[in-house]
Design a protein around this ligand. Sequence first.
Ligand code: CA
Length: 439
Amino acid sequence: MRITGICAALAGVLTLTHGAGAEGILPDPSLAPIKVTATVDAAASSLRPKVRPVDANPDLHPAVFGVEDGFILWLDGFKDRARVAGIGERTLQEAFNGISPDPEVIKRDRNQSEFTKTIWQYLASAASDTRIANGKSALAAHAQTLDAIEARYGVEKEVVVAVWGLESAYGTYRGSNDVVRSLATLAHEGRRGAFFEEQLISALKILQNGDIPARSMTGSWAGAMGHTQFIPTSYLAYAVDFDGDGRRDIWSEDPTDALASTAAYLRKSGWTKGQPWGVEVRLPEGFDYALANRKTTKTPADWARLDVVGSDGRVVPDHGPAAILLPAGAQGAAFMIFENFAAIEKYNAADAYVIGVGHLSDRISGGPAILSGWPADDRALTFAERKEMQQRLTEAGFDTQGVDGRIGPNTIDAVRGFQRAKGLAPDGYASLGLLQRLR
Ligand code: CA
């Protein structure tokens, strides 16, 4: 699977959405490291748990058989799969000796309440005064390292620091769970078993490679590790040994390898140095909101011909093809986003996260706050309300291609269709007001 999310950690909490008017469901940003959790990627959530012997035989189901016994059975089978994947006996021993499921992890996984935040609530925390100030301090404290990383990978240090700020509050919240234990617990529990088995195999490969001893491999309860919360598959794909000590150490106090790994990730995701992620823009009266979608790209000069200009009223400098993004629909801020937006998106695909990283990096660089207001009376829809909206849109003849509570491109298209039919601005924003109109 393509793991985008470094913090795929809290896989599944976040419903990902794309496109103008898309809205993410965000976890409680008052929780310290502000993260848009997620399995970010639809690919991750599309994986179904494999049927395992324990599941296939109801007599052996953990509920009947005891969690511990079920875990041991599962572990036996898993070890065989790990061996096939090239994991040796010594690593299996080191990883699983004396290990048991972690009830706390199961609790966290089952009790993920739906903290639904609007984009403006999310950004208030993502780019709070404290996080901006701490980002400036971090930038100064690690100037030499960050300059070297920027020179090597061609990713602005402010962007790397912004990711660090959102993922772990600059290393403050890296997680102290035993990652092997957490992943084994989640892989066995089965709700997203295939996803976590893949992470666990990857974690074993990291151990086998000698980067870290098993019991020092710590992270979030869902297996996101280190300063920038890499899940194991992301680690294997992108982590680098920048300080040259022979180990890719994203866990230690020293953030050097973790920050370089983050820059390497963004670089491989297509980051272009010197190009903004996006800029806030002004839309004219009578703007055709149907143009605000990820597929409609124009040069800033062409946008200017439609009277779409920067907050300062000037033509936005040309950084290549750009789309217009309205994270809160026609009533909120508008952004002109460039190809670098997609590079951050590969890290974590939630619009709110990408805007959060981008805007925090701008603020750390001394850039201005977002000028536009937001539809502050609005609130994010609950999962039940999103399903209801899809149901009602479909019944009204605007097919959302399914009722899953995820506001994706099909739902956004259906919303636009409904808005057009009602003479509303077709911004595709799935708001509470829209649901009320549907009722
Ligand atoms: Ca190292």
